[in-house]
Design a protein around this ligand. Structure first.
Ligand code: OXD
Length: 309
C-alpha cells in the first residue's frame, strides 16, 4: 500500500511519517504534499487534512483519523462516498480522559479548590467529610472513552451511570438507554460528556439538560464545543443551578481571548488536552488495522456515516 500522512495541524508530521514507516516497513509511507507527486495513495492518515487531498488522490480507499471524533472529517468538502473512514478507538486517550475527569470530580467532591483559598489565608479549616453518595457521576457516552471514565470513577466508589443511544452496559455503572435520559439526568450531579458530535447530540448540554440534574451540579465537557450551549451554561451558573464546569473543547479553538469563559472563576478552561492521541499507541493501532485490511480481515472503528460516528 502507499500511505500518505496529511494534516494541517500536526506540528511534527515528519515524526509521524517516520513512526508509521517503521511500523509498516512492507508499505510505503510519505508526507502528503499539495505540490508533490500525487495519485498513488491507497490510504491516508489524517487530522484536519488539507483541501485538495481527495481531488489529487482518487485511489484512496481508507482514511485513518488521528482522533476519535470524526465530525470534522464527515463535513469535509469533496469527501468521496467510497472511502472507508476509520476512527481512532483509543490511542492512549481513554486513560487520559479518565484522569482528567477524576481530577475535576475530586477537586469538587473533596473541596480542594476551597482549601487552596484557605492556604492563601494560612487558615487551618477542615470542611465536612466526603459523602460519595452525594456525588453521583453520569457519563454521556458508553464507548471506549466513556467506559474508561465510568470505570475510573466507579473504582473510587462514586455512584456511576452511563447514558448512550444503545444503553450499552459498562461494568461498575448503571446503564441508561436513549429514552431514559430524564431518569439518567435526575440521578446525576456530575455530568461528563464524551459523546460523539452528531445531529442528535449537538447542543445536548443545554438549559433543559442542566435543569434536570441534581441540585448544585457540575459539568465536564471533554467532547466537542458544539455539544454545549454556552449561554445556557452561563445562565445556569448565574442561577446557581450549576456550581461550575470544566471545559476542554470549544466551538472556536483556540478559545478567543475575549470569550467570557476565560475570566469566569466558576469555569476551568483547558486547551483541548483531555485526551491526546499518543504517537506510539496510535501508530500501533493504525499499523494493526492496515495489516488486517491487507489480509482481507474486518477491522473495528469503521465509521457508520449514517450514524455519524
Ligand atoms: C479526538 C479529539 O477526536 O482529540 O480524538 O478531539
Amino acid at each position: 500500500m502507499e500511505i500518505v500522512f496529511a494534516s494541517r495541524h500536526e506540528s511534527s508530521p515528519h515524526a509521524w511519517v517516520h513512526a508509521l514507516q517503521q511500523a509498516l516497513p512492507e508499505h510505503r509511507v510519505r508526507l502528503w504534499d499539495a505540490e508533490g507527486p500525487a495519485g498513488q495513495a491507497d490510504a491516508a492518515v489524517v487530522w484536519a487534512p488539507p483541501a485538495g487531498l481527495f481531488a489529487r488522490e482518487p485511489r484512496l480507499k481508507y482514511l485513518f483519523n488521528l482522533g476519535a471524533g470524526v465530525d470534522a472529517l464527515l463535513t469535509l468538502p469533496g469527501l468521496p462516498d467510497a472511502v472507508t473512514l476509520v476512527r481512532m478507538e483509543d490511542g492512549g486517550m481513554a486513560v487520559q480522559m479518565a484522569e482528567y475527569v477524576l481530577h475535576y470530580l475530586i477537586r469538587q467532591s473533596r473541596d480542594l479548590g476551597r482549601y487552596a483559598g484557605f492556604q492563601a489565608q494560612a487558615a487551618w479549616r477542615p470542611l465536612d467529610d466526603i459523602e460519595r453518595e452525594a456525588w453521583p457521576v453520569g457519563v454521556m457516552g458508553a464507548g471506549v472513552m466513556g467506559a474508561r471514565v465510568a470505570q475510573a470513577c466507579a473504582a473510587l466508589e462514586y455512584p456511576v451511570a452511563v447514558w448512550s443511544r444503545s444503553g450499552r452496559e459498562v461494568a461498575g455503572a448503571q446503564a441508561y438507554g436513549q429514552a431514559q435520559l430524564p431518569q439518567f439526568l435526575a440521578r446525576t450531579r456530575v455530568l461528563v460528556n464524551v459523546l460523539p458530535l452528531t445531529d442528535d447530540t449537538r447542543g445536548i448540554l443545554c438549559r433543559a439538560t442542566f435543569e434536570q440534574l441534581r441540585p448544585d451540579a457540575y459539568v465536564i465537557n471533554i467532547a466537542r464545543g458544539e455539544h454545549l450551549v454556552a449561554a445556557d451554561l452561563l445562565a445556569c451558573l448565574d442561577s446557581g443551578r450549576v456550581r461550575g464546569a470544566a471545559l476542554d473543547a470549544f466551538e472556536q479553538e483556540p478559545l478567543p481571548p475575549s470569550h467570557p469563559f476565560w475570566a469566569d472563576r466558576r469555569i476551568e478552561v483547558t486547551p483541548h488536552i483531555a485526551g491526546a492521541s499518543l504517537m506510539g499507541l496510535t501508530v500501533q493501532q493504525i499499523a494493526g488495522k492496515v495489516r488486517a485490511v491487507v489480509r482481507g480481515e474486518p477491522i473495528t472503528g469503521v465509521v457508520d456515516r449514517a450514524r455519524q460516528y
